[in-house]
Design a protein around this ligand. Structure first.
Ligand SMILES: C[S@@+](CC[C@H](N)C(=O)[O-])C[C@H]1O[C@@H](n2cnc3c(N)ncnc32)[C@H](O)[C@@H]1O
Length: 342
């Protein structure tokens, strides 16, 4: 069944793929596609697939937009999205997926950005973000334009704690689904005062901070200096003395961290970028005999399948595959996989 898309740019801007079908149908399609992709390549039983978790907010959920500001030959300034695979820019005055505060801010953003664009610049990539309390900030013109003052940091409340992030850090764009995914991880593990929780590719520490009360010790590993700065801020403002933050690559720190945790119940969450895991990280996880539970959160079914093939060859077994609809109306899907030692 087809429905009338709400946005006039649907089919043009390339951001949404599913505005013309009911949300329930979109969820079913995503679920089916993921099953096909994973079952084709991995020998996993149908029972390990959980029903897809819907997003509490289906429209106006994105807390971040990336826009291009461009000066045309005729002097006209346009602000909008670059059309995928082209040099064409689609002017945008509002986006159905963006939080309403961002949409309300777009006219003022364009005015400010046009005023600030240096005369010799033809293009600028703008980032605009909003926090839970509705404050909007943007950057992208000038070297330090993404830097924020501590008092301006964005935050979102998860498990009763404010998790702070900034213009220059990674942070999940759909806040409405975060409690759901954290509750799922929390429910699957028998947490004790001894549990060591490893939040790998931690960003500003979303999972480590949200689950800090469940574990005796938390170790977060993150390589991006801007995210590390905010992760340290999050640890400090919440006085979490049992949370340790390691700056650098998971490849470098993980072997030592696992050695230190040996003998204790240890749970790890890996949330790598789209490209997935480096071969050395897979090898470390294969060898990690003391690691009881491994959660793999992925935004790319392709790299997820590739990495799961290696992890499940001898060492790990897939217990559950849990799709979460982080990006309603688009083709993107987040998948949480729970693995235990084989
Ligand atoms: C998908 S984000 C996840 C962040 C966090 N888990 C969250 O949900 O907010 C991936 C993070 O991994 C970091 N990263 C990428 N490669 C890394 C590596 N080899 N070692 C450590 N961190 C890495 C990136 O800087 C980014 O913050």
């Amino acid at each position: 069944m087809k429905i009338e898309p709400l946005c006039t740019l649907f089919g043009t801007c390339g951001g949404c793929q599913y505005q013309d079908i009911p949300y329930e149908r979109e969820l079913a399609l995503k679920e089916e596609t993921l099953k096909q992709q994973l079952q084709e390549e991995l020998s996993v039983a149908g029972e390990v697939f959980e029903p897809i978790e819907s997003s509490p907010e289906v429209l106006h959920y994105r807390s971040r937009l990336d826009l291009t500001l461009r000066k045309r030959n005729n002097g006209e300034r346009q602000m909008g999205f670059m059309l995928p695979g082209t040099q064409r820019l689609q002017e945008v005055t509002s986006c159905l997926l963006a939080r309403r505060e961002i949409n309300d801010y777009l006219p003022s953003l364009k005015e400010q950005a046009v005023r600030m664009l240096p005369a010799d610049y033809r293009v600028a990539n703008l980032v605009v973000r909003v926090g839970e309390e509705g404050k909007v900030f943007w950057g992208g013109i000038g070297r330090r334009s993404l830097r924020m003052k501590e008092e301006d940091y964005f935050w979102v409340t998860v498990r009763g704690r404010k998790i702070y992030y900034a213009l220059d850090t990674f942070f999940q764009a759909n806040h409405s689904i975060l409690e759901k995914i954290i509750a799922r991880i929390e429910a699957l593990v028998p947490w004790t005062k001894e549990t060591v929780f490893l939040d790998l590719y931690s960003g500003v520490g979303l999972f480590g901070i949200a689950l800090a009360d469940r574990a005796g010790e938390v170790v977060m590993i993150e390589e991006g200096a801007d995210s590390v700065k905010l992760a340290a801020y999050n640890v400090r403002v919440h006085h979490l003395e049992h949370v340790r933050l390691l700056e650098g690559k998971v490849e470098t720190h993980l072997p030592e961290v696992l050695k230190e945790a040996s003998g204790k119940p240890c749970v790890a969450l890996i949330d790598p970028p789209r490209g997935g895991l480096a071969a050395s990280v897979i090898e470390t996880l294969v060898q990690a005999k003391d690691l009881a539970s491994l959660f793999y959160l992925s935004c790319s079914p392709e790299s997820l399948v590739r990495d799961l093939k290696e992890l499940t060859r001898t060492a790990w077994r897939v217990q559950k595959i849990m799709p979460f609809d982080f990006f309603p109306r688009t083709r993107h899907l987040e998948t949480l996989v729970w693995l235990v030692r084989a």
